[in-house]
Write a protein that binds this ligand. Structure first.
Ligand code: FPP
Length: 236
């Protein structure tokens, strides 16, 4: 595969529920199967030399789901963080998370912190889990923090430009995603990385997340290679 590998891939992992319902299973079985796709796709991205993989695991809006489903998901994240820690460390992956962690159960916060701290000095792929994440909330929080600094005289309001504003986002060092993949067919951004996705290429596949495999990832990367990225100019 002589392809340009996107530096940063972001994925909206959708369709766990539909995958399960089509098989006559409960929705949580779909999430469980989705965790296996997370493992495989993370491994494949690291192998391909992707620099950052950002996965939308739980949106700030997902709290509206039935309590049983939410609590199953939380326990699944904990299990995933514990089970995958060794592989993350052995593969030199640096783990980070975005979103408001404080609303997450303490047992998830703890595992996030351990994985983050133990992998902090790793130099390979960055794996970013978006948990209790909202793009609008991230932008609002950045605006709040900038306003606070402006009031304290740290910055002048007239000096605010995109680069300065981006320093107030959750992960200021994070490069914008080159490619956004969404599974299960919907053509929406769903409040994900609103600032950072401005110029990302979007590739939507009808495949539900639990069925998403390495070949589908390659298909997305091939589609990305067909795109002409102009960033608003006439040619790249
Ligand atoms: C969307 O499917 C998926 C989620 C809300 C949760 C994402 C969680 C996983 C992929 C599980 C494993 C993740 C980790 C990090 C271990 P949906 O339930 O909205 O599907 P539907 O639209 O078909 O109902």
């Amino acid at each position: 595969m002589d392809l340009k590998i996107p530096g940063h891939i972001a994925i909206i992992m959708d369709g766990n529920g539909r995958w399960a319902q089509r098989r006559g299973l409960s929705r949580i079985r779909g999430h469980e199967a989705g965790a296996e796709s997370v493992r495989r796709i993370t491994r494949e991205c690291a192998r391909l030399g992707v620099r950052q993989l950002t996965l939308f695991a739980f949106s700030a809006e997902n709290w509206k789901r039935p309590r049983m489903e939410v609590s199953f998901l939380m326990r699944l994240y904990k299990r995933y963080l514990v089970q995958e820690r060794q592989e993350i460390l052995e593969n030199n992956i640096r783990f980070i998370n975005i979103g408001q962690p404080h609303a997450l159960p303490a047992y998830v916060q703890k595992e996030l912190e351990i994985t983050r701290e133990r992998s902090a000095r790793n130099t390979g792929m960055v794996l970013c889990l978006a948990l209790n994440y909202s793009g609008r909330a991230e932008i609002l929080e950045a605006a709040r923090r900038f306003a606070h600094d402006a009031c304290r005289g740290i910055h002048r309001v007239e000096d605010l430009d995109e680069a300065l504003f981006a320093r107030y986002l959750a992960q200021p060092e994070m490069p914008d995603p080159d490619l956004l993949i969404r599974t299960a067919g919907e053509m929406r951004i769903s409040n994900f990385l609103l600032w950072q996705l401005s110029y990302s290429e979007i590739w939507v596949t009808p495949v539900c997340w639990p069925d998403f495999r390495e070949t589908h990832l390659h298909e997305g990367i091939e589609a990305f290679n067909q795109r002409v990225r102009k960033f608003g100019a006439l040619k790249a």
